[in-house]
Design a protein around this ligand. Structure first.
Ligand SMILES: [Zn+2]
Length: 254
């Protein structure tokens, strides 16, 4: 059994076949998925989907690339949503300096707010980091009090950053990039402690080899799990067991 810890199942890319996509995931052994919100609307949709489908959980938050479109009322509604029983994570949040550097002050304020929610609810904070390793680590450092847990999703940092994140109690998520040839994440994947590693698709983005360039979906997590298992020199079964256990523990799922 595999656990897709980061998927955007409510994305419009799945509007015409969402049920089939979830069915294919279950057939492939991807038995649990967290549908991640990136604004109020997608967070509400993620919760609705989780209420409908036993295999799906939700995370609610405002993505750094959407903070400039969110108003104060959206933030307040997200905060209320975090109490919903289907919500297992806060996010996604974080910093993206690749798409728009001008919104960094807004992104920073929003990230802090999500981290505060993580601390007050006990839910893990799901962190997006694009071209922002230094900024993300410095904000996480402000909250490295043992009461806030973060998941660095689609981790692309180097070994020293991974070691620092592990020391801070973070979990690291790996997706399609782990299947790419010559990826710098291979070494991080091979050296990460067993109890910190998660797998994810980030569907509909970043499809793993051999689906690269196409729409990604949770069923393709199998390809990522195979690559990650190979880099760690363990069987896929063992990798599945370890990462599913970690996902259940970080999302506090029985
Ligand atoms: Zn995402």
């Amino acid at each position: 059994m595999l656990f897709d810890t980061h998927t955007h199942l409510t994305d419009a890319a799945f509007d015409h076949d969402r049920g089939d996509v979830i069915h294919r995931a279950l057939e492939a052994g991807v038995e649990r998925m967290v549908a991640i919100g990136y604004d109020l609307e997608s967070s509400l949709a993620a919760v609705a989907l989780a209420e409908d489908c036993e295999a799906v959980y939700a995370a609610a938050g405002i993505h750094p690339c959407h903070v400039h479109e969110a108003c104060e009322a959206d933030f307040r509604e997200i905060e209320i949503l975090l109490d919903h029983p289907s919500v297992v994570g806060v996010g996604e949040t974080g910093v993206d300096l690749y798409h728009d550097r001008s919104t960094y002050p807004l992104q920073q304020a929003s990230f802090r707010r999500h981290l505060e929610w993580g601390r007050s609810t006990g839910l893990p904070v799901i962190v997006h980091d694009r071209d922002a390793h230094v900024e993300v680590m410095s904000l996480l450092d402000e909250f490295s009090d043992g009461e806030t847990t973060a998941i660095l999703h689609c981790f692309t940092g180097d070994i020293p950053m991974a070691e620092k994140a592990v020391a801070m109690g973070c979990f690291l998520g790996f997706g399609g990039i782990a299947t790419f040839k010559n990826s710098t994440v291979h070494e991080v994947v091979s050296r990460l402690p067993d109890d910190r590693i998660l797998v994810e698709t980030d569907a509909p983005y970043l499809a793993p080899v051999p689906h690269r360039g196409r729409r990604n979906e949770p069923a393709f997590l199998v390809n990522t799990a195979e690559a990650v298992a190979r880099h760690r020199a363990v069987s896929v079964e063992e990798l599945a067991r370890t990462t599913t256990q970690n996902a259940k523990s970080v999302f506090r799922i029985q």
